[in-house]
Design a protein around this ligand. Structure first.
Ligand SMILES: [Zn+2]
Length: 352
């Protein structure tokens, strides 16, 4: 299949297309997964070992929990037909981009360290693709970064499997990385945070093994960090490039609804890092989510997520709902020691 690509730099743009045996095969296994296949057989589109690649692809598809996903069997025959690459960006750093704090931070970190990155964004038929496109285009323009905009319409597949998979789109990051490979990158950056490495194609295994199968290093510069820590660094070093408030992680009409789980997580990071010093309305609007879904799991949260959340909520404790006040006060006392350690850690990051 052909992937249509628009390459945009400042105000000029150019349209090309790329394709590869890897993209064809990933499309095929995603389709079969949506169609509820138990076993998928493909010819090997890489130089990797058949069994190892089959095992890796099976792992990538195995999400979310509770949904039965297929086993991928890779056959002996090596194929590399249909490889149509673009060679003007050879050996550049490609950053998988979505316009949120994490991927924008990654892009800026690459700029700041002189790596001259290119952003790649994919329209694969996701529900919020239009506001997402607006955000990535506007940020790349401000940062003067070349943007590769790839279009791969999978909306018919998403419609088929949507009920079983919810908002999860299997192998999405792997597919975007496969498109990135068509540009001969030196390395691919996929920004994953330490408390969000849950999806198989944004997991430690993905970061560790990608190079083995596809010959290019894929990594996250924030693999040991949380969103709060990224924002501490941002405040200390990157504000000269872009204000972090210009990133978008909520795809409501106005891009900042203050009434969804994405906005709630984002505001925790903005407040806990000290990037923002305003009371976020989402702490009111989503108090139920915070009371019921977050506090019921607070003891099993990773240390960073737990402390960041308590630091942020405690800052505005008087403004919270009575129930939330009670939960915050109780847990702030309970976790006081680790919160003190955390506050010092965050302060140190800001000194960098
Ligand atoms: Zn929102």
């Amino acid at each position: 299949m052909k992937v249509n690509v628009k390459i945009m730099k400042n105000d000029s743009s150019k349209e090309i297309s790329v394709s590869s045996a890897l993209i064809d095969n990933l499309y095929y296994i995603i389709k079969e997964t949506y169609l509820n296949a138990e076993k998928i057989e493909i010819d090997n589109p890489t130089n990797a070992d058949n069994n190892e690649l089959g095992d890796f692809l099976t792992y990538i598809l195995a999400y979310p929990k509770g949904v039965k996903t297929p086993q991928v069997i890779v056959r002996d025959k090596f194929i590399n037909t249909n490889n149509h690459y673009y060679d003007k960006f050879k050996n550049r750093v490609l950053v998988c981009f979505s316009g949120g704090v994490d991927s924008t931070g990654a892009l800026i970190k690459m700029i700041d360290t002189g790596k001259n990155p290119i952003a790649i964004w994919c329209d694969y038929g996701q529900p919020y693709r239009n506001p997402e496109r607006k955000a990535v285009e506007s940020i790349c323009k401000k940062l003067k970064v070349t943007l590769i905009e790839a279009t791969l319409d999978l909306s018919d597949l998403i419609a088929i499997g949507g009920e079983r998979f919810g908002h999860v789109f299997p192998a999405r990051n792997l597919m975007i990385s496969a498109i990135a490979l068509c540009f001969y990158p030196k390395e691919i950056v996929l920004a994953g945070l330490c408390d969000e490495l849950i999806v198989p194609d944004k997991s430690i295994r993905m970061y560790n093994e990608f190079v083995k199968y596809f010959g290019v290093q894929l990594y996250s510069p924030f693999v040991t960090m949380t969103k709060t820590e990224v924002l501490c660094l941002w405040k200390a070093k990157w504000d000269k490039y872009l204000n972090a408030n210009e990133t978008v992680s909520c795809y409501s009409d106005n891009g900042n609804c203050q009434n969804c789980s994405s906005c709630a997580k984002r505001e925790v990071a903005f407040v806990a890092s000290g990037y923002s010093d305003q009371y976020p309305k989402v702490f009111d609007n989503q108090h139920k989510l915070i009371e019921e879904h977050w506090f019921s799991r607070i003891d099993i949260f990773q240390y960073e997520r737990r402390t960041d959340m308590l630091i942020a909520l405690h800052k505005y404790v008087d403004k919270l709902t009575p129930k939330l006040q009670e939960l915050v006060n109780l847990n702030y006392k309970k976790y006081k020691n680790e919160i003190d350690v955390r506050i010092k850690e965050l302060e140190n990051l800001k000194l960098q």
